[in-house]
Design a protein around this ligand. Sequence first.
Ligand code: BES
Ligand code: MN
Ligand code: ZN
Length: 503
Amino acid sequence: MTTYTCAMPKIRISDGVVKDEVLVVGLAQKPGKNALVIETSATALNIKALLEMLDDLGATGKVDEVIKAPGTSTRLIVFTGLGLAQDSYGHEVLRRAAGAASRALAGNTGATFALPTRSKEEVAAVAEGAGLGAYAFDEFRGSSAKERKAPLRNINVHVKKMDKAIATSISERTSIICEYTYLVRDLINTPPSHLTPDSFCKKITEAAKKSAASGLKISVLNETQLKSKGFGGITAVGQGSINPPRLLQISYTPTKNLSKKRYAYVGKGITFDTGGLALKPALGMEAMKSDMSGAAAVCAAVIAIASMKLPIAIDGYAPLAENMVSDKATRPSDIITIYGGKTVEVLNPDAEGRLVLADALVKAQEVKELDAIVDVATLTGAQVVALGTRTSAVMTNNQVASETFLKVADIAGEAFWPMPLPVELRASLDSPVADLANIGERMGGMLVAGIFLKEFVKEDLPWLHLDIAGPSYNEGKAHGYTPVGGTGIALRSLVALAESAAL
Ligand code: BES
Ligand code: MN
Ligand code: ZN
């Protein structure tokens, strides 16, 4: 069983002369007559001639515009849109521009990205964007495989001047981020015919073994063990499927825990969500192979964090189940007992994510010295309605933790927006027969789901709930460094949070 369908590109950063066949530069729009500006770290370009050519080609410099032309010193010169001209472009504009060019360059072996960078963060963003854009998922192609162009294999980032040690550390970190984003995307893109709770565990175990990381420990509870230990949420959701549920734990203990911190990361791992007996219509079901995006991000983040040898302990949990329809499936009105003893009346088997997460959240908090707990989930359609497909939501019991997270996520280039957990919505989750019902007020469904989870988190433990329902899976066109299908969202923020060790 191979997990990687797409070879990792080699990422190098250098301030030497450009020797590649392909050179990527930035193109920005300036208000006024000579409206285009070429923005690059490369020297010795005939800017005047190039601008005349770009004018003839009708170039605009808009974001996501990529223009390829024959070069003079290189075989190809590629212009990638930066949008409006700025003194400094900022990391995310550069990340996306590099990514768009990288995607457009599939079929080429290598390219040098000479974009206008002013700091090592911007250099890292260019490298990251180019790396994240060089992804393909062709594992399941048969006869159409040969028509596909392979993504870039060699990514060279050109900078005016750079210290060797810094260049090495940037390329190492970027390679890890890209490798584990690819893993998240691969897992999401793998259909439920080939990804079950059990095979998810095997793929993560294999990826951990393959990594250069040390200090990782993986344990898996099977269905029998889950039942006997009282994980009523995971088993209730999984019982309708021939592919039994699992609880995967992947923990990283650093050699030296300099930060003295310990976080728990918990990710929703529904390998397919039919809605159970509250069956989804086919149109709403086809994207539900992505309902394990949170679990994939959490597990890959733990391996990435271990590979970076970060001085912080992380316990990752992936409650895994397939939400199916059968004579064994949980019925609306069934009452289940979550790990730890709270009972839940399952009024809607399609609100399954919160049930598996509740079990895992309670389990995660058995670790006494926890500093923070973060859950990541494709939890509600309401998230997509509220924030669209490119912005994820953060809910919390701790404003400071949320603000810190938002800063860290922004620098990582992932869009999150804070959402409230209004106390008045809590009453809608009251059940006449159990401690809680699994659905409540329909309006503000994303917040109701957050309030449900809050019931399973200790009040004084900083907790973040990330609803990534929209951004985890791109059903539209590719853009920037984001491909169609699994995006890998949350991986970079989870890694960045561990790097900051700020909670
Ligand atoms: N996995 C879905 C949420 C989802 C919807 C993710 C769209 C990605 C895109 C979740 O399990 C679900 O079905 N939620 C229900 C909850 C409702 C029954 C309270 C929903 O949002 O409709
Ligand atoms: Mn569901
Ligand atoms: Zn779901």
